[in-house]
Design a protein around this ligand. Structure first.
Ligand code: SAM
Length: 199
């Protein structure tokens, strides 16, 4: 696990992944890692990074990585506010934001992971045509994020206000996160979007 990396240095990912030429996908705020460890298991031909602020949660992801021998998954205990310091420009194919903390008070807007300063950093890290995928159960955060991404000039490839009742192939492809499982079990709709930055 990479703990508290120095934001003044870009990480040399070629030292950590067996094949750096594979597609790179990053989850921001992975929690206990159900989503990213399932992805890493399902797609051994891709590289994955779990970026998580909390040490305990990052440790749980590490345990799963070791148990399942997921060599294509790296875990960073770090703040997403520094994401553009840890990854080279145009290096990632996808960034996932799953059930990000909603920070409902307007004075905390800058902490939302879909605030424009975060979008700017995701744009730097993502390749041209790279995708931002976002899921939440929180209608307020979803509405805010639609507006924020739209104001940033992003193009939407997919928007759902009830992901779990979309067409079969979409539902079958979906990988549930811990929060998603909890909220969907209560019957809450899951909101989702996929968007690209304009090049
Ligand atoms: N994605 C998981 C899921 O869907 O089950 C966890 C969702 S939980 C509500 C949000 C997670 O994002 C927490 O684990 C939190 O520590 C992490 N987080 C919040 N802000 C972050 C930041 N700036 N950088 C990295 N992780 C962050």
């Amino acid at each position: 696990m990479i703990q508290d990396p120095d934001p003044s240095k870009v990480i040399d990912w070629s030292e950590r992944f067996a094949d750096i030429s594979r597609p790179l996908e990053i989850e921001v705020g992975s929690g206990k890692g159900r989503f990213i460890t399932t992805l890493a298991e399902r797609y051994p031909e891709k590289n994955f990074v779990a970026l998580e602020l909390q040490t305990t949660a990052a440790g749980i992801i590490l345990r799963t990585k070791l148990e399942k021998k997921l060599d294509n998954l790296q875990i960073m205990r770090a703040d997403a506010a520094d994401i553009d310091a840890f990854f080279a420009v145009n290096s990632a194919d996808k960034i996932y934001l799953n059930f990000s903390d909603p920070w409902p008070k307007s004075r905390h807007e800058k902490r939302r992971l879909t605030y424009k300063s975060f979008l700017q950093k995701y744009q730097t890290v993502l390749k041209d045509n790279g995708l931002l995928e976002f899921k939440t159960d929180n209608s307020g955060l979803f509405a805010y994020s639609l507006k924020s991404l739209n104001n940033f000039g992003m193009q939407f490839d997919f928007v759902s206000v009830d992901l779990h009742h979309e067409a079969d192939e979409i539902v079958e492809q979906n990988i549930e996160t811990e929060y998603e499982h909890k909220f969907a079990s209560k019957g809450n709709p899951i909101y989702a979007l996929h968007a690209k930055f304009q090049t």
